[in-house]
Design a protein around this ligand. Structure first.
Ligand code: URP
Ligand code: ZN
Ligand code: ZN
Length: 472
Protein backbone atom coordinates (compact mmCIF):
# COMPACT_ATOMS: atom_id res chain seq x y z
CA UNK A 1 0.00 0.00 0.00
CA UNK A 2 0.90 3.62 -0.50
CA UNK A 3 3.58 3.15 -3.14
CA UNK A 4 4.00 4.38 -6.69
CA UNK A 5 3.42 1.52 -9.09
CA UNK A 6 5.73 1.85 -12.09
CA UNK A 7 5.26 0.03 -15.37
CA UNK A 8 6.93 0.34 -18.76
CA UNK A 9 4.23 2.80 -19.77
CA UNK A 10 3.55 4.91 -16.72
CA UNK A 11 3.38 5.39 -12.99
CA UNK A 12 0.73 6.10 -10.42
CA UNK A 13 -0.30 5.72 -6.80
CA UNK A 14 -1.86 2.28 -6.33
CA UNK A 15 -2.20 -0.62 -3.92
CA UNK A 16 -1.37 -4.07 -5.19
CA UNK A 17 -3.39 -7.01 -3.94
CA UNK A 18 -1.84 -10.47 -4.14
CA UNK A 19 -3.81 -13.62 -3.39
CA UNK A 20 -1.67 -16.72 -3.01
CA UNK A 21 0.86 -16.63 -5.85
CA UNK A 22 -1.05 -14.26 -8.10
CA UNK A 23 -1.74 -10.55 -8.39
CA UNK A 24 -5.50 -10.09 -8.21
CA UNK A 25 -5.84 -6.34 -8.10
CA UNK A 26 -4.12 -3.04 -8.77
CA UNK A 27 -6.34 -0.70 -6.82
CA UNK A 28 -6.79 2.96 -6.22
CA UNK A 29 -5.32 3.68 -2.80
CA UNK A 30 -7.92 3.03 -0.12
CA UNK A 31 -10.28 1.05 -2.38
CA UNK A 32 -13.36 -0.31 -0.63
CA UNK A 33 -15.35 -3.33 -1.81
CA UNK A 34 -18.44 -4.63 -0.01
CA UNK A 35 -17.67 -2.39 2.92
CA UNK A 36 -14.08 -3.53 3.49
CA UNK A 37 -10.91 -1.64 2.76
CA UNK A 38 -9.27 -4.19 0.49
CA UNK A 39 -5.67 -3.45 1.21
CA UNK A 40 -6.11 -3.13 4.96
CA UNK A 41 -8.09 -6.34 5.26
CA UNK A 42 -5.30 -8.40 3.72
CA UNK A 43 -3.46 -10.96 5.88
CA UNK A 44 -0.26 -9.05 5.35
CA UNK A 45 0.05 -5.36 4.56
CA UNK A 46 3.37 -3.94 3.43
CA UNK A 47 3.75 -0.19 3.62
CA UNK A 48 5.40 1.11 0.45
CA UNK A 49 4.89 4.80 1.13
CA UNK A 50 7.50 6.86 -0.68
CA UNK A 51 8.74 3.85 -2.61
CA UNK A 52 8.42 2.42 -6.09
CA UNK A 53 6.51 -0.78 -6.67
CA UNK A 54 7.84 -2.51 -9.78
CA UNK A 55 7.53 -5.89 -11.48
CA UNK A 56 10.31 -8.22 -10.32
CA UNK A 57 13.49 -7.98 -12.36
CA UNK A 58 14.09 -10.51 -15.12
CA UNK A 59 17.73 -11.27 -15.87
CA UNK A 60 17.62 -13.06 -19.21
CA UNK A 61 21.32 -13.91 -19.32
CA UNK A 62 23.01 -15.87 -16.54
CA UNK A 63 25.51 -18.72 -16.39
CA UNK A 64 25.29 -20.69 -13.17
CA UNK A 65 27.71 -23.65 -12.98
CA UNK A 66 28.93 -23.00 -16.54
CA UNK A 67 31.94 -25.16 -17.47
CA UNK A 68 34.53 -22.84 -19.01
CA UNK A 69 38.29 -23.07 -19.55
CA UNK A 70 38.79 -26.12 -17.33
CA UNK A 71 36.75 -24.75 -14.43
CA UNK A 72 33.12 -23.98 -13.65
CA UNK A 73 31.29 -20.71 -12.91
CA UNK A 74 31.35 -20.36 -9.13
CA UNK A 75 27.68 -19.64 -8.47
CA UNK A 76 25.42 -22.65 -8.27
CA UNK A 77 21.74 -22.32 -9.03
CA UNK A 78 21.25 -22.06 -5.28
CA UNK A 79 23.77 -19.30 -4.55
CA UNK A 80 23.16 -17.47 -7.82
CA UNK A 81 19.39 -17.26 -7.55
CA UNK A 82 19.68 -16.22 -3.90
CA UNK A 83 21.99 -13.36 -4.87
CA UNK A 84 19.61 -12.43 -7.69
CA UNK A 85 16.73 -12.29 -5.21
CA UNK A 86 18.68 -10.00 -2.88
CA UNK A 87 19.04 -7.63 -5.81
CA UNK A 88 15.38 -7.52 -6.85
CA UNK A 89 15.48 -10.08 -9.63
CA UNK A 90 12.70 -12.66 -9.46
CA UNK A 91 13.30 -14.55 -12.69
CA UNK A 92 16.48 -15.62 -14.46
CA UNK A 93 16.99 -17.30 -17.79
CA UNK A 94 20.13 -19.43 -17.73
CA UNK A 95 21.77 -21.23 -20.63
CA UNK A 96 21.60 -25.01 -20.90
CA UNK A 97 24.89 -25.95 -22.50
CA UNK A 98 25.81 -28.18 -25.38
CA UNK A 99 29.55 -28.02 -25.99
CA UNK A 100 30.94 -29.05 -29.37
CA UNK A 101 30.74 -32.81 -29.79
CA UNK A 102 28.14 -33.54 -27.09
CA UNK A 103 24.39 -34.20 -27.46
CA UNK A 104 21.95 -31.31 -27.00
CA UNK A 105 19.39 -33.43 -25.13
CA UNK A 106 22.05 -34.44 -22.61
CA UNK A 107 22.96 -30.81 -21.97
CA UNK A 108 19.36 -29.83 -21.33
CA UNK A 109 18.77 -32.77 -18.99
CA UNK A 110 21.93 -31.85 -17.08
CA UNK A 111 20.72 -28.25 -16.67
CA UNK A 112 17.33 -29.34 -15.37
CA UNK A 113 19.09 -31.58 -12.86
CA UNK A 114 21.35 -28.73 -11.68
CA UNK A 115 18.46 -26.28 -11.21
CA UNK A 116 15.54 -28.35 -10.01
CA UNK A 117 14.85 -27.97 -6.30
CA UNK A 118 17.74 -25.52 -5.88
CA UNK A 119 16.46 -22.15 -7.04
CA UNK A 120 15.11 -19.34 -4.86
CA UNK A 121 13.31 -17.68 -7.79
CA UNK A 122 11.73 -18.80 -11.05
CA UNK A 123 14.03 -19.76 -13.87
CA UNK A 124 13.95 -20.64 -17.54
CA UNK A 125 16.53 -21.86 -20.01
CA UNK A 126 17.85 -20.85 -23.37
CA UNK A 127 19.67 -23.60 -25.24
CA UNK A 128 23.32 -23.12 -26.20
CA UNK A 129 24.13 -24.92 -29.43
CA UNK A 130 27.80 -25.84 -29.63
CA UNK A 131 27.92 -26.17 -33.37
CA UNK A 132 25.16 -27.31 -35.72
CA UNK A 133 24.69 -30.74 -37.26
CA UNK A 134 21.80 -32.99 -38.36
CA UNK A 135 21.17 -34.03 -34.75
CA UNK A 136 20.96 -30.50 -33.40
CA UNK A 137 18.78 -29.32 -36.29
CA UNK A 138 16.40 -32.17 -35.50
CA UNK A 139 16.56 -31.37 -31.77
CA UNK A 140 15.48 -27.78 -32.46
CA UNK A 141 12.06 -29.13 -33.45
CA UNK A 142 11.50 -30.16 -29.84
CA UNK A 143 12.67 -26.94 -28.13
CA UNK A 144 9.35 -25.07 -28.01
CA UNK A 145 7.53 -28.04 -26.46
CA UNK A 146 10.14 -27.96 -23.67
CA UNK A 147 9.43 -24.27 -23.06
CA UNK A 148 12.76 -23.29 -24.56
CA UNK A 149 11.96 -20.83 -27.31
CA UNK A 150 15.35 -19.21 -27.76
CA UNK A 151 18.80 -20.59 -28.40
CA UNK A 152 22.31 -19.18 -28.59
CA UNK A 153 25.05 -19.72 -31.14
CA UNK A 154 28.64 -18.52 -30.98
CA UNK A 155 30.68 -16.92 -33.74
CA UNK A 156 33.55 -17.05 -31.19
CA UNK A 157 35.32 -19.78 -29.19
CA UNK A 158 36.41 -22.23 -31.96
CA UNK A 159 36.55 -25.78 -30.67
CA UNK A 160 34.27 -25.14 -27.69
CA UNK A 161 31.00 -23.52 -28.76
CA UNK A 162 31.74 -22.14 -32.24
CA UNK A 163 29.45 -22.38 -35.24
CA UNK A 164 30.65 -21.44 -38.73
CA UNK A 165 28.54 -19.34 -41.11
CA UNK A 166 27.10 -22.35 -42.93
CA UNK A 167 26.04 -23.88 -39.64
CA UNK A 168 24.53 -20.60 -38.50
CA UNK A 169 22.62 -20.27 -41.74
CA UNK A 170 21.12 -23.74 -41.38
CA UNK A 171 20.09 -23.19 -37.77
CA UNK A 172 18.53 -19.82 -38.63
CA UNK A 173 16.53 -21.36 -41.47
CA UNK A 174 15.16 -23.86 -38.99
CA UNK A 175 14.55 -21.19 -36.35
CA UNK A 176 12.59 -19.08 -38.84
CA UNK A 177 10.35 -22.09 -39.55
CA UNK A 178 9.84 -22.87 -35.88
CA UNK A 179 9.47 -19.32 -34.50
CA UNK A 180 12.54 -19.67 -32.28
CA UNK A 181 14.57 -16.61 -31.36
CA UNK A 182 18.25 -16.84 -32.34
CA UNK A 183 20.64 -15.32 -29.81
CA UNK A 184 24.11 -14.59 -31.11
CA UNK A 185 27.52 -14.17 -29.51
CA UNK A 186 28.82 -11.88 -32.24
CA UNK A 187 32.61 -11.81 -32.28
CA UNK A 188 34.89 -13.12 -35.02
CA UNK A 189 36.44 -15.98 -33.04
CA UNK A 190 38.92 -17.36 -35.58
CA UNK A 191 40.47 -13.91 -36.17
CA UNK A 192 40.49 -13.13 -32.43
CA UNK A 193 42.33 -16.37 -31.72
CA UNK A 194 45.08 -15.38 -34.18
CA UNK A 195 45.41 -11.90 -32.67
CA UNK A 196 45.52 -13.36 -29.16
CA UNK A 197 48.25 -15.85 -30.10
CA UNK A 198 50.32 -13.05 -31.66
CA UNK A 199 50.04 -10.93 -28.52
CA UNK A 200 51.11 -13.82 -26.28
CA UNK A 201 54.10 -14.50 -28.59
CA UNK A 202 55.11 -10.86 -28.08
CA UNK A 203 55.02 -11.38 -24.32
CA UNK A 204 51.80 -9.38 -23.93
CA UNK A 205 50.15 -11.78 -21.53
CA UNK A 206 48.38 -9.50 -19.01
CA UNK A 207 44.57 -9.51 -18.73
CA UNK A 208 44.36 -6.15 -20.50
CA UNK A 209 45.44 -7.77 -23.77
CA UNK A 210 42.28 -9.87 -23.74
CA UNK A 211 40.47 -6.65 -24.68
CA UNK A 212 43.07 -5.74 -27.30
CA UNK A 213 42.70 -9.10 -29.05
CA UNK A 214 38.92 -8.83 -28.96
CA UNK A 215 38.93 -5.52 -30.83
CA UNK A 216 35.68 -3.71 -31.60
CA UNK A 217 36.19 -4.45 -35.30
CA UNK A 218 35.75 -8.14 -34.42
CA UNK A 219 32.39 -7.37 -32.82
CA UNK A 220 31.18 -4.97 -35.50
CA UNK A 221 32.04 -7.39 -38.27
CA UNK A 222 30.39 -10.38 -36.63
CA UNK A 223 27.30 -8.35 -35.73
CA UNK A 224 26.91 -7.31 -39.35
CA UNK A 225 27.39 -10.87 -40.55
CA UNK A 226 24.82 -12.19 -38.08
CA UNK A 227 22.33 -9.51 -39.18
CA UNK A 228 22.78 -10.44 -42.83
CA UNK A 229 22.41 -14.17 -42.23
CA UNK A 230 19.29 -13.48 -40.17
CA UNK A 231 17.87 -11.20 -42.82
CA UNK A 232 18.43 -13.76 -45.56
CA UNK A 233 16.75 -16.51 -43.57
CA UNK A 234 14.03 -14.23 -42.12
CA UNK A 235 14.98 -15.38 -38.62
CA UNK A 236 14.57 -12.85 -35.80
CA UNK A 237 17.92 -12.09 -34.16
CA UNK A 238 18.91 -11.06 -30.65
CA UNK A 239 22.56 -10.07 -30.21
CA UNK A 240 23.79 -10.69 -26.67
CA UNK A 241 26.26 -8.67 -24.58
CA UNK A 242 26.77 -5.81 -27.06
CA UNK A 243 29.66 -3.58 -25.98
CA UNK A 244 31.03 -1.79 -29.06
CA UNK A 245 29.55 1.46 -30.31
CA UNK A 246 30.04 0.19 -33.86
CA UNK A 247 28.06 -2.98 -33.15
CA UNK A 248 25.18 -0.83 -31.89
CA UNK A 249 25.41 1.19 -35.09
CA UNK A 250 25.01 -2.03 -37.08
CA UNK A 251 21.91 -2.91 -35.08
CA UNK A 252 20.50 0.60 -35.45
CA UNK A 253 21.07 0.54 -39.20
CA UNK A 254 19.43 -2.87 -39.46
CA UNK A 255 16.40 -1.79 -37.43
CA UNK A 256 16.07 1.41 -39.46
CA UNK A 257 15.95 -0.80 -42.52
CA UNK A 258 13.16 -2.94 -41.16
CA UNK A 259 15.15 -5.94 -40.04
CA UNK A 260 13.84 -7.78 -36.99
CA UNK A 261 16.95 -7.55 -34.82
CA UNK A 262 17.47 -6.72 -31.16
CA UNK A 263 20.37 -6.07 -28.84
CA UNK A 264 21.17 -6.47 -25.18
CA UNK A 265 23.91 -4.78 -23.22
CA UNK A 266 25.13 -5.41 -19.66
CA UNK A 267 26.00 -3.11 -16.74
CA UNK A 268 29.75 -3.71 -17.24
CA UNK A 269 29.60 -2.12 -20.70
CA UNK A 270 27.83 0.93 -19.30
CA UNK A 271 30.11 1.54 -16.33
CA UNK A 272 33.52 -0.12 -16.72
CA UNK A 273 36.29 0.46 -19.25
CA UNK A 274 39.43 -0.99 -20.78
CA UNK A 275 41.44 1.94 -19.43
CA UNK A 276 40.36 1.10 -15.87
CA UNK A 277 41.27 -2.53 -16.48
CA UNK A 278 44.71 -1.43 -17.70
CA UNK A 279 45.17 0.73 -14.61
CA UNK A 280 44.11 -2.00 -12.20
CA UNK A 281 46.88 -3.29 -9.96
CA UNK A 282 47.04 -4.69 -6.44
CA UNK A 283 49.70 -5.86 -4.03
CA UNK A 284 48.40 -9.37 -4.27
CA UNK A 285 47.97 -9.65 -8.02
CA UNK A 286 49.90 -6.79 -9.66
CA UNK A 287 48.58 -6.14 -13.17
CA UNK A 288 46.83 -9.52 -13.05
CA UNK A 289 44.20 -7.71 -10.96
CA UNK A 290 42.68 -6.85 -14.34
CA UNK A 291 41.53 -10.47 -14.64
CA UNK A 292 38.49 -9.55 -12.53
CA UNK A 293 37.12 -7.76 -15.57
CA UNK A 294 38.00 -10.29 -18.27
CA UNK A 295 34.78 -11.07 -20.07
CA UNK A 296 33.63 -11.48 -23.65
CA UNK A 297 32.75 -9.26 -25.34
CA UNK A 298 35.45 -7.30 -23.46
CA UNK A 299 35.34 -3.97 -21.67
CA UNK A 300 35.77 -1.16 -24.20
CA UNK A 301 37.78 2.04 -24.27
CA UNK A 302 36.13 4.98 -22.55
CA UNK A 303 38.19 7.36 -24.69
CA UNK A 304 36.48 5.89 -27.74
CA UNK A 305 33.07 6.63 -26.21
CA UNK A 306 31.55 3.16 -26.11
CA UNK A 307 29.98 3.50 -22.65
CA UNK A 308 28.23 6.80 -23.43
CA UNK A 309 26.96 5.28 -26.64
CA UNK A 310 25.44 2.30 -24.77
CA UNK A 311 23.47 4.65 -22.51
CA UNK A 312 22.31 6.59 -25.54
CA UNK A 313 21.27 3.40 -27.33
CA UNK A 314 19.20 2.35 -24.31
CA UNK A 315 17.37 5.67 -24.50
CA UNK A 316 16.77 5.56 -28.26
CA UNK A 317 15.79 1.88 -28.28
CA UNK A 318 18.70 0.88 -30.50
CA UNK A 319 19.28 -1.55 -27.61
CA UNK A 320 16.23 -3.03 -25.93
CA UNK A 321 17.39 -4.87 -22.83
CA UNK A 322 19.91 -5.03 -20.02
CA UNK A 323 20.94 -8.45 -18.72
CA UNK A 324 24.01 -9.26 -16.68
CA UNK A 325 25.71 -12.15 -18.51
CA UNK A 326 26.45 -13.18 -14.91
CA UNK A 327 29.37 -15.60 -15.21
CA UNK A 328 31.31 -15.54 -11.95
CA UNK A 329 34.78 -16.93 -11.32
CA UNK A 330 36.94 -16.47 -8.23
CA UNK A 331 40.40 -14.98 -8.58
CA UNK A 332 41.98 -17.76 -6.51
CA UNK A 333 41.87 -21.12 -8.24
CA UNK A 334 39.88 -19.90 -11.25
CA UNK A 335 40.86 -16.59 -12.86
CA UNK A 336 44.46 -17.31 -11.81
CA UNK A 337 44.58 -20.18 -14.30
CA UNK A 338 45.46 -17.38 -16.71
CA UNK A 339 48.50 -15.95 -14.90
CA UNK A 340 51.07 -15.60 -17.68
CA UNK A 341 48.53 -16.13 -20.48
CA UNK A 342 45.32 -14.09 -20.64
CA UNK A 343 43.77 -16.67 -22.99
CA UNK A 344 43.45 -19.05 -20.06
CA UNK A 345 41.51 -16.66 -17.81
CA UNK A 346 37.93 -17.94 -17.58
CA UNK A 347 35.70 -15.27 -19.14
CA UNK A 348 33.02 -13.61 -17.10
CA UNK A 349 31.89 -11.04 -14.53
CA UNK A 350 29.40 -11.56 -11.71
CA UNK A 351 26.60 -8.99 -11.54
CA UNK A 352 23.33 -10.84 -11.02
CA UNK A 353 22.85 -9.20 -7.62
CA UNK A 354 23.40 -5.63 -8.76
CA UNK A 355 21.62 -5.14 -12.08
CA UNK A 356 18.49 -3.44 -10.73
CA UNK A 357 20.55 -1.06 -8.56
CA UNK A 358 23.11 -0.29 -11.25
CA UNK A 359 20.39 0.46 -13.79
CA UNK A 360 18.50 2.56 -11.27
CA UNK A 361 21.57 4.79 -11.22
CA UNK A 362 20.67 5.61 -14.82
CA UNK A 363 17.42 7.07 -13.45
CA UNK A 364 19.28 8.99 -10.73
CA UNK A 365 21.69 10.51 -13.27
CA UNK A 366 18.89 11.38 -15.68
CA UNK A 367 19.89 8.92 -18.39
CA UNK A 368 16.71 6.82 -18.15
CA UNK A 369 13.14 7.41 -17.10
CA UNK A 370 11.68 5.29 -14.32
CA UNK A 371 9.46 3.63 -16.91
CA UNK A 372 12.40 2.85 -19.17
CA UNK A 373 14.23 1.31 -16.19
CA UNK A 374 11.33 -1.10 -15.68
CA UNK A 375 11.04 -1.74 -19.40
CA UNK A 376 14.74 -2.59 -19.86
CA UNK A 377 15.03 -4.80 -16.80
CA UNK A 378 11.68 -6.58 -16.66
CA UNK A 379 8.97 -5.85 -19.21
CA UNK A 380 10.92 -6.25 -22.45
CA UNK A 381 12.74 -9.36 -21.17
CA UNK A 382 9.31 -10.90 -20.46
CA UNK A 383 8.01 -10.01 -23.91
CA UNK A 384 11.21 -10.92 -25.73
CA UNK A 385 11.36 -14.35 -24.14
CA UNK A 386 7.72 -15.39 -24.05
CA UNK A 387 6.71 -14.80 -20.41
CA UNK A 388 4.77 -11.55 -20.61
CA UNK A 389 1.49 -11.43 -18.70
CA UNK A 390 2.78 -13.81 -16.04
CA UNK A 391 6.03 -11.88 -15.68
CA UNK A 392 7.21 -8.36 -16.46
CA UNK A 393 4.07 -6.50 -15.42
CA UNK A 394 1.95 -5.75 -12.35
CA UNK A 395 -1.57 -6.60 -13.44
CA UNK A 396 -4.33 -8.96 -12.33
CA UNK A 397 -3.46 -12.50 -13.38
CA UNK A 398 0.29 -11.95 -13.31
CA UNK A 399 2.54 -13.86 -10.93
CA UNK A 400 3.02 -12.05 -7.64
CA UNK A 401 6.59 -11.03 -8.51
CA UNK A 402 6.91 -7.57 -7.05
CA UNK A 403 9.82 -5.45 -5.84
CA UNK A 404 9.51 -2.47 -3.55
CA UNK A 405 12.37 -0.14 -4.35
CA UNK A 406 13.36 2.69 -2.01
CA UNK A 407 14.73 5.69 -3.92
CA UNK A 408 15.86 7.21 -0.62
CA UNK A 409 17.76 4.10 0.45
CA UNK A 410 21.43 3.46 -0.14
CA UNK A 411 23.41 0.42 -1.23
CA UNK A 412 27.16 -0.04 -0.81
CA UNK A 413 28.47 -2.75 -3.10
CA UNK A 414 31.45 -4.92 -2.30
CA UNK A 415 32.71 -8.00 -0.49
CA UNK A 416 31.56 -7.90 3.12
CA UNK A 417 28.94 -5.26 2.24
CA UNK A 418 26.23 -6.20 -0.24
CA UNK A 419 27.64 -9.39 -1.67
CA UNK A 420 25.81 -12.67 -1.81
CA UNK A 421 27.41 -14.05 -4.97
CA UNK A 422 29.82 -16.93 -4.49
CA UNK A 423 32.91 -14.97 -5.46
CA UNK A 424 36.08 -13.95 -3.62
CA UNK A 425 35.89 -10.44 -5.09
CA UNK A 426 33.39 -8.09 -6.66
CA UNK A 427 33.80 -6.51 -10.06
CA UNK A 428 31.71 -3.69 -8.54
CA UNK A 429 33.74 -3.13 -5.36
CA UNK A 430 33.23 0.40 -4.05
CA UNK A 431 30.14 1.26 -6.11
CA UNK A 432 27.72 3.37 -4.08
CA UNK A 433 24.08 3.25 -5.14
CA UNK A 434 21.44 5.89 -4.43
CA UNK A 435 18.56 3.49 -3.96
CA UNK A 436 17.86 0.18 -2.28
CA UNK A 437 15.90 -2.98 -2.89
CA UNK A 438 13.59 -2.99 0.09
CA UNK A 439 11.21 -5.91 -0.33
CA UNK A 440 11.18 -8.73 -2.85
CA UNK A 441 8.08 -10.83 -3.39
CA UNK A 442 8.30 -13.93 -5.54
CA UNK A 443 5.00 -15.53 -6.54
CA UNK A 444 3.36 -14.03 -3.48
CA UNK A 445 6.04 -14.99 -0.97
CA UNK A 446 8.17 -12.30 0.64
CA UNK A 447 11.72 -13.54 0.11
CA UNK A 448 13.62 -10.37 0.99
CA UNK A 449 12.39 -8.09 3.75
CA UNK A 450 14.83 -5.25 4.36
CA UNK A 451 17.98 -6.97 5.51
CA UNK A 452 16.32 -10.32 6.15
CA UNK A 453 16.38 -13.17 3.68
CA UNK A 454 13.26 -15.31 3.84
CA UNK A 455 13.61 -17.29 0.62
CA UNK A 456 14.45 -20.95 0.36
CA UNK A 457 15.98 -23.18 -2.24
CA UNK A 458 13.29 -24.97 -4.16
CA UNK A 459 10.87 -22.00 -4.09
CA UNK A 460 11.77 -21.24 -7.71
CA UNK A 461 10.06 -23.16 -10.48
CA UNK A 462 10.97 -23.83 -14.09
CA UNK A 463 9.16 -21.43 -16.42
CA UNK A 464 8.00 -23.02 -19.66
CA UNK A 465 8.24 -20.07 -21.97
CA UNK A 466 6.06 -19.31 -24.98
CA UNK A 467 7.29 -17.85 -28.27
CA UNK A 468 8.79 -14.36 -28.30
CA UNK A 469 6.31 -11.52 -28.77
CA UNK A 470 8.77 -9.92 -31.16
CA UNK A 471 8.32 -12.44 -33.98
CA UNK A 472 6.89 -11.02 -37.21
O1 URP B 1 32.60 -13.61 -20.68
C1 URP B 1 31.53 -14.14 -20.80
N1 URP B 1 30.58 -13.49 -21.42
N2 URP B 1 31.31 -15.39 -20.36
C2 URP B 1 30.11 -16.10 -20.53
C3 URP B 1 29.98 -16.78 -21.84
C4 URP B 1 29.34 -15.93 -22.88
O2 URP B 1 29.89 -15.81 -23.96
O3 URP B 1 28.27 -15.37 -22.65
ZN1 ZN C 1 28.48 -14.95 -25.22
ZN1 ZN D 1 26.81 -15.22 -21.58
Amino acid sequence: TGGTVVSATGRGAADVLIDGETIVGVLEPGSVLLGTNLAESADTVIDATGKYVIPGGIDAHTHFELPFGGTEASDTFESGTRAAAWGGTTTVIDFAVQTTGTRIQDGLARWHAKAEGNCAIDYGFHQIMGGVDEDSLKAMEGFAAEGITSYKMFMAYPGVFYSDDGQILRAMQKAADLGLLTMMHAENGPAIDVLAAQLVEQGKTDPYYHGIARAWQMEEEATHRAIMLADLTRAPLYVVHVSAKQAVQQLAWARDNGKNVFGETCPQYLYLSLEEQLGASSDEWGAFEGAKWVCSTPLRSREEGHQDHMWQALRTNDLQMVSTDHCPFCMKGQKDLGVGDFRKIPNGIGSVEHRMDLMYQGVVTGQLSLERWVELTSTTPARMFGMYGKKGVITPGADGDVVIYDPNGHTSIGVGKTHHMNMDHSAWEGFEIDGHVDTVISRGKVIVDGNRYLGAKGDGRFVKRGLSQYLI
